[in-house]
Ligand binder design. Structure first.
Ligand SMILES: Nc1ncnc2c1ncn2[C@@H]1O[C@H](COP(=O)(O)OP(=O)(O)OP(=O)(O)O)[C@@H](O)[C@H]1O
Ligand SMILES: [Mg+2]
Length: 380
């Protein structure tokens, strides 16, 4: 009797599996695995809070273990996206086509019912943000050679996205929490291509802008001008964070509560640039560190066209090239709408000593800072 029951159950299961297979075949993909919602539920013990790694503007990330024992990072997108599952899978399939040693690998996704979930390779050391800028408990000392490798790896990954990936990708959200670190602290850029999945989710955009202020190129934040140079700007900010071990997300430097970029510019004017170096780093080659700081300053110039492209950045970081500082102009900053210094502009808005050219200076328009206008101006 019990055998018969099992038999029935078995054939039900087979049919059920066949249905699932059929559903999967509808989105036949070359590159990615399609996961059933149930398999991801069991990989994360039903998305148990103890498996939560963190959360950002796109959703919550969980650590999961697949049935074959592989560890993965499972990102459950918090989107009410109107995008159908087919479009979602097509988009993901395109992103997953893009492979590079410095890009986090997208293993697969789930688009069952309303669920939109991404499955990534698991990065043991979490992100640059948690290792270098996070709470003391997660802090891991990184010596200069390790920091150099992280800077170079991240630059190579971004150069690849800009020039070799098909289609070319502007990341739009380069920041320390999107530079992930594997067990050997080898850096990989995460979340590339994700912005494309959120074509019209306005709430999401404004949340994200609020959280990412310290990294936003001014012309992108305010005028919505999105080019590769916006990523170059954000990359420059990350460089400064790696060198200084300090987060750019708060305006907290010097008496004037400057942003990291502004503070660096001020120190340069006062010929005290090495003061930004992370005090945790006791030994480092001064010349090389100075070159890296200057590369960061070239990347964060107010005028987008003055910034180098990412291929040039890779060269500037990896070769002992001479940087022509005579053509270096002051950085642009976007201060968001939470600061008392509303507006954006060249760093001279808070450093009266600076005298560089305020090339892109939308700070002259004073009415651009309401969260409403930011939301409308940011294209995703
Ligand atoms: N593949 C991964 N392996 C390990 N940890 C990851 C992985 N992907 C993301 N994380 C971690 O999960 C946390 C949340 O990531 P998430 O991308 O959701 O937010 P974020 O990077 O802070 O913001 P954003 O939404 O702008 O990317 C981060 O601390 C990140 O380091
Ligand atoms: Mg992220």
């Amino acid at each position: 009797m019990s055998c018969k029951c099992f038999g029935l159950f078995d054939s039900f299961n087979k049919r059920h599996n066949l249905d699932q297979e059929k559903q999967a075949q509808e989105f036949a993909t070359d590159n990615i695995r399609l996961f059933s919602y149930n398999s991801l539920r069991s990989a994360t013990s039903d998305f148990h809070p103890s498996n939560r790694i963190g959360g950002g503007g796109f959703g919550v990330v969980y650590r999961g273990v697949l049935r074959d024992g592989t560890q993965v990072a499972i990102k459950r997108l918090s989107t009410e996206s109107k995008q159908g599952s087919r479009e979602f899978v097509t988009e993901i399939n395109m992103i997953s086509n893009i492979r590079h040693p410095n890009l986090v690998e997208l293993i697969g996704c789930c688009a069952e019912d309303n669920h939109r979930i991404l499955v990534y390779e698991y990065m043991e050391n979490n992100s640059l943000a948690s290792v270098l800028l996070g709470s003391k408990s997660k802090y891991i000392a990184l010596d200069w050679p390790r920091r150099v490798a992280i800077c170079l790896g991240a630059a190579s990954g971004l150069a690849f996205l800009h020039y070799e990936a098909e289609p070319h990708i502007v990341h739009r959200d380069i920041k320390a929490s999107n530079i992930l670190l594997d067990k050997d602290f080898h850096p990989k850029i995460g979340d590339f291509g994700l912005a494309k999945l959120f074509p019209d989710n306005v709430t999401h955009i404004s949340t994200r802008v609020a959280g990412t202020v310290g990294y936003l190129a001014p012309e992108y934040a305010v005028l919505g001008q999105l080019t590769k140079k916006a990523d170059v700007y954000s990359f420059g900010v990350v460089l400064l964070e790696i060198i200084s071990g300090r987060s750019s997300s708060k305006a907290a430097f010097g008496e004037e509560l400057m942003l990291l970029v502004e503070w660096t510019w001020k120190l340069r004017e006062e010929e005290r640039l090495l003061e930004i170096v992370d005090p945790e780093m006791t030994t480092y080659p001064e010349d090389e560190v100075l070159r890296f700081i200057k590369v960061a300053l070239f990347c964060t110039q107010a005028a987008a066209h003055q910034r180098p492209n990412m291929k040039q950045v890779v060269d500037m970081l990896s070769k002992d090239v001479h940087l022509n500082e005579k053509i270096l102009t002051e950085p642009g900053v976007y201060r968001g709408h939470s600061s008392k210094h509303l507006g954006i502009g060249s760093s001279s808005s808070s450093s009266s000593k600076t005298k560089g050219k305020p090339s892109v200076d939308p700070s002259s328009s004073t009415n651009i800072m309401s969260s409403h206008s930011i939301t409308q101006m940011l294209p995703r």
